[in-house]
Design a protein around this ligand. Structure first.
Ligand SMILES: *[C@@H]1O[C@H](CO)[C@@H](O)[C@H](O)[C@H]1NC(C)=O
Length: 413
């Protein structure tokens, strides 16, 4: 209907920068790609990668909780106190590039960069001109060559789990996603990248956070919110299709070709993360968990829940605790009998397909496969709290509705 940009939806792997839409409706999509390596060349799960992914994902969420407390003066109600106290770090270092990334352009004249689109954080940073070897291979953002850049006179430091940092200076500049431009957007120009952002591990140049301002380390409006407040979007929403092929991020509207039926909406309970209440979780058709607080995070590959509820779910579907073999919080099941798990949001049940639930066998030829729902003892179980990542999100079309502060899910077309 409204996209003049059919050519942009070209097949990956190469990312193509979107060009401005000349149509009146400001709603555009850009193709996104995934860099993934949770399995080896035989399709067997990479246990080390899986474990570090869980550590990273949970630490990232705890890091956001600590930012929330700093920005609002109150602890986040779902933060587990002892976990936040010693966090303040995001060990993306070992995250093996589990990211969805696509193109944006920054500055005047505009330069194209790739970024990880992350609904689980709120700031934008790119490698800056003072970043030498640690940023090599990435495209550098140089404020001196952009006529619209402004030095904000501040610095930022993001500390990662291995003690390394991403640090640099704060600027404002014009940032365009899918041809929609946010002017005066705060962004960080890094003078140092931690090893986790080395080109070999992190294919994107930078990271673009899409959660709410209360999580911002810069205490600044995140890019999408700036687009909305500057009136650039026809609708204050963005939507993701995360799939094995044809993944896309739609800005300022939804892609009617990507989904069928109506959206089932859940209100955001606290605008920090995109946090909603899931009605229930069903295992093999039987609902065992109800009213589960969860955050919808495109920056997390797995689905991670508190120990109590994940154990309950696997006991329902015949999973086996694999703490001794795979690692703490992991469960296995017979590869020929993948559990049927579905999540219900606002009365509509969305199944997780066997192919996304099943991460792969524990070893070559093993009859035991690892489940994509994992437990972490570092997240709060009172009330239960889940991080809902791609294992679920790749089964649905997801709209992030900033205008009505809600998240909606629809069946993929
Ligand atoms: C690079 O370093 C110089 C010298 O410390 C500083 O004046 C300048 O603002 C830095 N530029 C950026 C983009 O961080």
């Amino acid at each position: 209907m409204r996209f003049a940009l059919a050519t942009v939806v070209t097949v990956l792997p190469l990312l193509i920068a979107a060009t401005p839409n000349t149509a009146s409706k400001n709603t555009l999509k850009i193709p996104i790609a995934k860099h993934s390596s949770l399995v080896d060349q035989h399709g067997v799960v990479d246990i080390i990668a899986l474990k570090s992914h869980v550590t990273s994902a949970v630490a990232k969420i705890n890091y956001g909780f600590s930012k929330f407390e700093k920005n609002t003066g109150a602890p986040h109600p779902n933060a587990k106190p002892e976990a936040v106290g010693n966090s303040g770090s995001i060990p993306l270092t070992d995250d093996h590039g589990q990211l969805w990334f696509g193109s944006i352009s920054v500055g005047t004249p505009a330069v194209t960069y790739t970024v990880d689109f992350d609904t689980g954080s709120s700031d934008l940073f790119l490698p800056g001109p003072n970043c030498s070897s640690t940023c090599s291979g990435h495209t550098i953002y140089n404020p001196l060559t952009s006529t619209t850049s402004k030095d904000l006179g501040g610095t930022f430091t993001l500390t990662y789990g291995d003690g390394s940092t991403v640090e640099g200076e704060l600027y404002s500049d014009t940032v365009s996603i899918a041809g929609l431009s946010a002017t005066g957007q705060t962004l960080g120009a890094a003078s140092q990248y931690s090893t986790g952002f080395a080109k070999s591990q992190f294919p994107a140049d930078g990271l673009l956070g899409m959660a709410f301002q209360s999580l911002s380390d810069y205490r600044a409006s995140p890019v999408f919110q700036t687009l909305v407040s500057e009136g650039r979007t026809s609708e204050p929403v963005f939507a993701f299709k995360l799939a094995t092929s044809g993944s896309e991020l739609h800005i300022g509207g939804t892609d009617s070709k990507a989904y069928t039926g109506e959206f089932s909406y859940a209100d955001v309970v606290l605008p920090a993360y995109w946090q909603v209440i899931m009605d229930s979780i069903q295992g093999n058709g039987h609902a065992s968990l109800f009213s589960v607080n969860c955050i919808i995070d495109t920056g997390t590959t797995l689905v991670i829940g508190d120990t109590f509820s994940v154990d309950l779910l696997y006991s329902e579907v015949g999973g086996t605790d694999a703490s001794d073999t795979v690692g703490e919080g992991f469960y296995t099941f017979p590869c020929n009998n993948v559990p049927k798990v579905s999540f219900t949001f606002s009365g509509k049940s969305f199944p997780i397909s066997p192919s996304t639930f099943n991460l792969g066998p524990v070893a070559v030829g093993s009859p035991d496969c690892v489940g994509g729902i994992v437990a972490s003892s570092i997240i709060s179980d009172a009330p239960p709290f889940w991080i809902v990542g791609d294992v679920f999100l790749s089964n649905v079309y997801t709209i992030f509705d900033f205008g009505n502060i809600r998240v909606g899910f629809a069946d993929l077309a």
